[in-house]
Write a protein that binds this ligand. Structure first.
Ligand code: GLN
Length: 455
């Protein structure tokens, strides 16, 4: 823990951490040492990890990278945090992210990282002029720069897989419902999932095994499926594994350098005994408009709780109750969050609900069905995690181009399928490329095994 805290200090220019409490961490580490000495430590005994600032924590403040929650202190831990702590993990601190997890570059944080007076974009350790991806950008940067051996992230539309890809690490989003959402600040509840990010599939398997499991009393979408030991399958052979390669993931939008790295890793898989099978996911392109209707719709509803009464920020001066709501929300939310609340309120409004929201729900179902058709011919699906490598900070300022960059992670999110990104070489300017593996429901073990065999 001391080693990683020192590294976090040395690399504070990355902006990865938004909260560090050295005393708290070291007290946890000493308690872990005492348990280990008695032979009682859990599987993660003494392993220092850090949490995306979307998980509420009782020993550290929680902001969701929003001014709305600046100074907020949760009285309880998120279930994922409770489970990892129970397994012996020591918390190094809280990690920067996009405000309420909305974004794909970690340029939307409204909270000053440790060592800064004002909010900053998180920097990619491979090239500090580039973004680390997002929304779990602080998480990915921390692992890539070795400020933590492993961390938690959340993935609504790609926020674990895309930053893992941009920072050259491994990250997995499990099947929707595997990990409890209790204490995970809600963005789009039908999509939000927690998952680990680490240096290897092996580390992710260990963390994921400790994170998952039913939490039926606290999260109604939690699945009644027992926690699994995902490390048990890591050494299975992948001889004969059928890897589906979707044509739609290799179209015009894919940059040549990413394509070359992904093609080369698929060839590696063939050498390892896997069989490549051409497949089609015909509604891939529709996943962008569908997601950017459904996620804002759910966000507009979830974020209504931030009204200046129950949580966090409240405007200082106001005329009456309505004025208090308006000023509080105008001051507390950043531009991207406001944009999504407006889009969400619009697509849910009378007269537009059928045309947008319901239509998007129907196509979401078809996207999920397309995957089931594809899984008749293959065991896992492989393709790029993102169309390009990490772009320059400030280089993609219009929202639509940001949204379009999510095209390869959104389909699995909409279908609720598990997805993983593993390092697959480098693209232009030496920036990392991620290979995405998507599996059928509850196939996390298979995905982690396939990634581990490659690593
Ligand atoms: N980039 C996507 C968005 O902005 C995904 C974010 C996420 O998965 N939290 O919504």
């Amino acid at each position: 823990a001391q080693h990683f805290l020192a590294r976090a200090k040395q690399h504070k220019h990355l902006g990865a951490f938004v909260a560090i409490h050295e005393d708290t961490t070291l007290a946890q580490a000493r308690a872990a040492d005492a348990l280990i000495a008695q032979g009682k430590g859990g599987r993660l005994a003494g392993v220092p990890i850090a949490h995306k600032d979307i998980f509420v924590t009782k020993d550290f403040p929680t902001t969701a990278a929003s001014k709305m929650l600046k100074g907020y202190q949760s009285p309880f831990d998120a279930t994922v945090v409770t489970k990892l702590t129970a397994s012996g993990a020591v918390t190094l601190g809280k990690l920067n992210c996009d405000e309420f997890a909305m974004g794909g570059a970690n340029e939307n944080s409204a909270i000053a990282p440790v060592g800064f007076d004002a909010a900053q974009p998180v920097r990619n350790p491979w090239n500090i002029e580039r973004v680390p991806g997002g929304s779990s950008g602080g998480s990915a940067a921390a692992v890539a720069a070795r400020l933590a051996p492993a961390v938690t992230g959340t993935d609504t539309g790609g926020s674990i897989r895309q930053p893992a890809s941009f920072c050259g690490i491994t990250g997995i989003k499990p099947t929707y419902g595997r990990a409890s959402r209790y204490g995970m600040i809600a963005f789009a509840s039908s999509l939000d999932q927690a998952g680990p990010m680490g240096r290897s599939a092996e580390d992710c398997a260990l963390l994921l095994s400790e994170m998952c499991g039913p939490d039926l009393d606290r999260d109604s979408t939690s699945l009644d499926v027992p926690a699994e030991d995902f490390t048990a399958q890591l050494n299975d052979s992948i001889e004969g594994l059928r890897i589906g390669v979707p044509a739609e993931f290799f179209g015009d939008g894919l940059s040549a350098d990413v394509r070359a790295a992904v093609d080369a890793s698929l060839k590696e898989y063939e050498k390892l005994g896997a069989k490549l099978v051409p497949i089609t996911l015909p509604r891939t392109e529709l996943s962008v408009p569908v997601y950017y209707i459904l996620a804002p719709a759910e966000a507009s509803s979830n974020l209504s709780r931030f009204d200046g009464v129950k949580f966090g920020h409240r405007a200082q001066k106001y005329a009456d109750l309505n004025d208090m709501y308006k000023k509080t929300r105008a001051e507390g939310f950043g531009d991207e969050v406001k944009r999504r609340i407006m889009i969400g309120a619009y697509v849910l409004s009378e007269g537009y609900y059928d045309a947008y929201y319901l239509q998007a729900q129907r196509i979401r179902r078809m996207i999920a069905d397309d995957f089931q058709t594809a899984f008749k011919d293959c065991d896992v699906i492989a393709g790029p995690a993102a169309p390009t490598t990490a772009w320059a900070i400030g280089g993609k300022s219009d929202p639509v181009s940001n949204y379009l960059a999510d095209i390869f992670t959104l389909p699995a999110s909409l279908a609720g399928l598990p997805g993983l990104s593993l390092p697959a070489g480098f693209g232009d300017a030496g920036m990392p490329v991620g290979l995405q593996l998507i599996g059928n429901y509850f196939s996390e073990g298979k995905l982690l095994n396939a990634a581990h065999r490659f690593q």
